[in-house]
Design a protein around this ligand. Structure first.
Ligand SMILES: C[S@@+](CC[C@H](N)C(=O)[O-])C[C@H]1O[C@@H](n2cnc3c(N)ncnc32)[C@H](O)[C@@H]1O
Length: 713
């Protein structure tokens, strides 16, 4: 560990120094030396992190390459939880609520799913294992037995329906496991990240330290066997479809999609040619390539890209000496891919132009290296260029994905086509919320509805008095001294990062309130600051109005509170249809009353004494109170349901401590890219909605996700 510490510190210090401008004296040699030093330190650290074999390459730009360690693949049957709400749904169709990645991985193995193939050396060409990857590979061998096992063009054609047409095919267990596992892996990554951020929260410049955090988080993921694809493999990775967006290079490493934080090309080394499944192939061979934002590619939307190694030259010999490029590592790798027709996963990165987002990387699909040639690069020196062409038969990226990839979110509302209202809040929110309809002629009618930022309370509801608060001054700093933090298990539930993020969903979050000594900037008041992301109400084809974000939203960030009139639920008994009711069922979900489940996965959080004391028998089957947003509300009334949502519901107590009247705040369940629709799980029990005629009402669900339960209620 001494080595790791040395490498980490050296890497950290050099990065800091460069950021602080310590080397910014116009001395290029000094800068180059610094970068090289940092690269060495980073590589050494990564090497230690991955604990894999070290191979020495002649090109300093790819001096070390990293192989993931092999994981064990013990066959242990994973259990899926089942509540009464889900009892009628076949086991394979039940929604996924966040079992640990480990259990999912075990499930994948138990069902013969080779999605996460950790035991056979990483290649998935076994015709006995029918999974997305298996079908793909099997198709290759059966379509044309004489073709190379890596003739991906044939396999793409043959497996079009199973691999690519996700939206049209019914969800299969293997696909579901892979998608769920991707989500869970990213969630684990975010959780570790936020835990680390919290540890560092007292450090002033922590916000900028994301690269160092990434390394630590990835090392923790390796320790806990949480990397989704720990072995490198060719072709598509199940669960990661074309158009999938990574929010950092580290996310790609966490998933095992591309295992370098720094280099463009991820490749398999020479020793792989000794493996049975790769017999006859010449290595090194690239598996994935990241075309970064600096990458100058004039043909952005074409099917071809021209790639030149970012380093561009071999820095062999003295520091100042820059040689012509020779066909070695990154170039050799691509040449090998070209000569053997082995396609490469291509990811394209773009700098963000919106709040809190650094970059986004979109998976564009499999590309084949078509040709290579030499050209004049910097100072007239020789560089190798490669033309990569997208394999045919792969779906095109949607407009949203392309826009999002470019960090472009359609510009100012006034310039947008189809704008029906410039600001639904009428100036009440700090950021305007436009309403847009690009799909049909439906006008936006807001008669009978008043926008409000704050909850209104019905006359027959008595709010409890404000609870005694903490005695902190200014900002609450030390959880041990803060009475509110103590209610949260002696920890602050939030970290300051990106304007405040909830570390993980809890049964209830106790925030500081009116009687607390702290001010509005206190870390324990994150949900009280109103909407800070650019949201947009838009028309959908089948779900009416919906809400999407124009900004990147980091996981755990508060998005909006469900606003409306706080009412007694029994008042609604005579109402026929009201689509805008939110039952405050915090206690019911915590205690599993009437089959209600905890809302955000199986995250086990200790119940605080206060809630523990409430006896189950005391609770009505239906929550006593609800928030009715039919006549008064905010943007959250337009947020639709999804069976795989990107928001989660968090109960929050910030004035009184009566959980039956808790505030309902929606938080980002993962990183949310611009232009994604915002959704949460309404959590209806099936057959729980009865019409006036006494018959069970059914509402089909159009969320369109892989694991859709098909009914809203
Ligand atoms: C709170 S409102 C959401 C906003 C609503 N779409 C609108 O146009 O005002 C809830 C209603 O939206 C529709 N809805 C929401 N999510 C849906 C989904 N996944 N599938 C079908 N309809 C949905 C249902 O009619 C539901 O009762």
């Amino acid at each position: 560990m001494g080595w790791a510490k040395w490498a980490y510190e050296a890497w950290y210090i050099t990065t800091e120094k460069e950021r602080d401008g310590d080397y910014d004296d116009g001395n290029d040699t000094k800068k180059r030396r610094l970068r090289r030093k940092r690269r060495w330190c980073g590589a050494a650290l990564l090497l230690l992190v991955y604990r894999g074999p070290l191979t020495r390459n002649s090109n300093p730009s790819t001096f070390f390459s990293i192989q993931f360690g092999i994981m064990d693949s013990g066959l242990v049957s994973g259990q899926r939880r089942c509540s009464p709400r889900l009892k009628d749904i076949p086991r394979t169709k039940r929604p996924y609520y966040g079992t640990s990645p480990k259990v999912l991985r075990q499930n994948a193995n138990v069902i013969g799913n080779n999605d996460v193939n950790v035991s056979n050396g990483g290649l998935h060409l076994d015709p006995q294992t029918p999974n997305a990857a298996g079908r793909y590979s099997t198709a290759t061998t059966t379509v044309d037995d004489t073709s190379s096992p890596l003739d991906y063009e044939a396999s793409v054609q043959a497996s079009n329906h199973t691999v690519f047409n996700g939206s049209n095919s019914s969800p299969s267990l293997d696909r579901k496991s892979a998608y769920a596992l991707v989500k869970e892996t990213i969630r684990t990554f975010n959780t570790y990240y936020l835990q680390l951020v919290q540890k560092m929260d007292s450090c002033a410049e922590h916000v900028k330290a994301s690269e160092q955090f990434d390394l630590k988080v990835l090392s923790k993921m390796l320790e806990t066997n949480s990397i989704m694809y720990p072995r490198k493999r060719f072709g598509h990775l199940p669960g990661i479809d074309i158009g999938y967006q990574f929010h950092s290079r580290a996310e790609m490493v966490a998933l095992g999609f591309h295992s370098h934080l720094l280099y463009d090309i991820d490749y398999m080394e020479e020793y792989c040619s000794e493996m049975e499944e790769y017999k006859g192939l010449t290595f090194p061979l690239a598996v994935a390539i990241v075309l970064s934002s600096e990458f100058d590619d004039p043909q952005e939307d074409s099917e071809d890209v021209i790639y030149t190694d970012q380093v561009g030259h071999n820095h062999i010999g003295s520091e100042k000496e820059i040689n012509n490029q020779v066909v070695f590592y990154s170039n050799l790798v691509l040449k090998n891919n070209m000569e053997q027709s082995v396609p490469i996963r291509v990811v394209r990165g773009h700098e963000a132009n919106s709040l809190h987002r650094e970059s986004v990387y979109t998976y564009h699909g499999l590309y084949k290296v078509m040709e290579s040639w030499t050209d004049k690069g910097l100072a007239g020196l020789l560089v190798y260029k490669f033309r990569l062409r997208r394999l045919e038969g792969q779906p095109k990226l949607t407009t949203n994905q392309v826009f999002s990839t470019k960090g472009d979110t359609f510009g100012a509302p006034s310039k947008l086509p189809g704008v029906l209202c410039m600001d639904i809040s009428g100036g009440k929110e700090e950021i305007r919320i436009p309403v847009i309809n690009l799909v049909d002629d439906t006008p936006f009618v807001a008669t009978g509805f008043t926008y409000s930022r704050f909850i209104q309370v019905a006359e027959n509801v008595d709010l409890p008095p404000n609870a005694d608060g903490c005695k902190c001054n200014g900002n609450c700093m030390h959880p041990k001294n803060c009475a509110c933090a103590q209610l949260n298990g002696s920890k602050f539930p939030y970290v300051r990062h990106n304007g405040g993020r909830l570390k993980k969903a809890k049964d209830v979050v106790f925030e500081c309130g009116p009687k607390c000594g702290c001010g509005p900037d206190c870390i324990n008041r994150i949900s009280q600051r109103g909407i800070k992301y650019q949201l947009e109400v838009f028309r959908t084809l089948d779900k009416g109005w919906a809400v999407r974000t124009k900004d990147f939203i980091p996981s755990g960030a508060p998005v909006c509170e469900y606003i409306g009139i706080l009412k007694r639920t029994d008042e609604l008994d005579n109402v026929d249809v009201n689509d805008y009711i939110f039952e405050i069922d915090c206690l019911h979900t915590i205690k599993g009353i009437e089959g209600r489940e905890r809302r955000f996965g199986a995250v086990s959080v200790p119940l605080c004494d206060h809630i523990e004391k409430i006896k189950d028998g005391y609770l009505e089957k239906t929550p006593e109170f609800c928030i009715d947003a039919s006549t008064i509300g905010n943007v959250s009334r337009y947020i639709n349901h999804s069976c795989e949502p990107n928001l989660f519901v968090q109960c929050i107590l910030s004035t009184h401590h009566d959980v039956r009247l808790a505030r309902i705040v929606l938080f980002a369940a993962g990183s949310i890219s611009p232009l994604q629709e915002l959704t949460y799980d309404y959590g209806y029990q099936l057959d729980s909605v009865i019409g006036r005629d006494g018959k069970v009402k059914e509402q089909p669900c159009f969320c369109g996700t892989q694991d859709c339960r098909k009914r809203l209620y």
